[in-house]
Design a binder for this molecule. Structure first.
Ligand SMILES: [Zn+2]
Length: 370
């Protein structure tokens, strides 16, 4: 592909389009090496929503500069990675590189605090829509719970909680904070002898559902196991939210660990096809579903893939207009990161001054550029 339907910057040139930390760059390079030498195998997949295999390529890279092909289904306009890493490669990537690749929060403690903030917003949304008050003393489960910050928040609100995650470091940290977290995916919970699905009131997938290799299959199994009066909350990066959160840049939205890309319409369609009923949702994108009730009709209209491509083209025009302003904003960040690296590697600066300078630069970054 010499050019993408969205423009030549979506061509695979191996370059990242955001400023990466040293840690992120090392993780990115490690993944790339393993993809090249076959330790991480890729596989071609069908559309996760309609099982179709007719699609158009939108991009050949992700924002880290990794060779990730993103396509749009001609049948249902679902956007997804194809080919993508195999299940084994994904498990390896989550165990070895993901934490370093994902965040500018290198410690589990910082990650945990970030998760608490997210949980506050989820709890608020559940309360606003009358779900939290129906949970009483039920169990709240989080699949892909990270270091467990969200579970910690719901535990503080008085709920029993349990979670699972594919990062050993996350699990270790969560357990050290007194949380019940198992290593693995939903299978790890299913295999727990002390676990009863009938106790569950709510299952949470927060910024996790887009990572699943078999989202339909997982929800179908979950639907069969959950009690009738239980709920499902899913929060994912929203395609229709790119203007707000990603500077109108579709490429900044794309990253190798994300296998499916949702707008509310495709999210609801996929979840409803597994038997859950849609209660509410928005384009941020998040939605609440109920296990009970008859399969409801789609609350959202169908869309064709050409309309979605047109939406992405308009985003790209908006991004181009905004580029000069964003470049100006990034200059101090790049200079600050260069300065931090020079101080860290200097043989002449005493350690206490290095630590103080590092704390100051971190503080300045969080104050002025976050
Ligand atoms: Zn499809």
């Amino acid at each position: 592909m010499k050019n993408s339907i969205l423009g030549k910057r979506f061509f695979n040139d191996g370059h990242e389009i955001v400023v990466l930390t040293d840690l992120q760059r090392r993780a990115r390079d490690s993944i790339y090496e393993k993809m090249l030498d076959g330790r991480y195998v890729s596989e071609v997949v069908k559309c996760p929503l309609c099982d179709g295999n007719s699609h158009i390529t939108l991009s050949e890279k992700d924002f880290y500069g990794l060779p990730v092909k993103t396509v749009i289904c001609r049948n249902c306009s679902m956007i997804y990675a194809n080919p993508r890493l195999s299940r084994d490669a994904l498990v390896g990537m989550y165990a070895n590189e993901y934490r370093d690749l994902d965040r500018v929060h290198p410690t589990s403690g910082e990650y945990f605090e970030l998760e608490i903030k997210k949980a506050e917003r989820i709890a608020e949304y559940l309360t606003k829509n009358g779900v939290l008050s129906k949970l009483n003393d039920k169990l709240i489960i989080e699949i892909g719970c990270g270091a467990g910050g969200a579970l910690h928040h719901f535990k503080k609100l008085g709920f029993n909680t349990m979670g699972c995650d594919l990062s050993p470091r996350n699990v270790e940290y969560g357990v050290s904070r007194g949380l019940d977290i198992r290593y693995g995916d939903i299978d790890a919970l299913m295999l727990s002898l002390d676990f009863n699905f009938k106790d569950i009131g709510l299952v949470i997938y927060e910024q996790v559902f887009e990572h699943l290799s078999e989202p339909k299959l997982e929800l179908e199994r979950l639907h069969g196991l959950l009690p009738k009066n239980s709920f499902l909350y899913i929060g994912v990066p929203g395609i229709k939210n790119i203007a707000n959160h990603y500077g109108s840049d579709f490429l900044r939205f794309l990253q190798l660990p994300h296998l499916c890309h949702f707008e509310l319409r495709t999210l609801v369609k996929l979840v409803q096809s597994t038997g859950f009923s849609f209660l509410c949702g928005d384009e941020s994108a998040r939605a609440i579903f109920s296990r009970s009730g008859v399969r409801s009709l789609l609350p959202v209209s169908d869309s064709n893939y050409l309309a979605t491509i047109e939406y992405l083209r308009i985003l790209e025009i908006r991004r181009k207009v905004a580029v000069p302003f964003r470049r100006l904003k990034e200059v101090p960040i790049i200079l600050g990161m260069g300065l931090a690296s020079k101080i860290r590697n200097s043989r002449f600066i005493p350690q206490p001054i290095k630590s103080a300078a590092s704390r100051f630069l971190k503080f300045a970054y969080h104050q002025f550029f976050k």
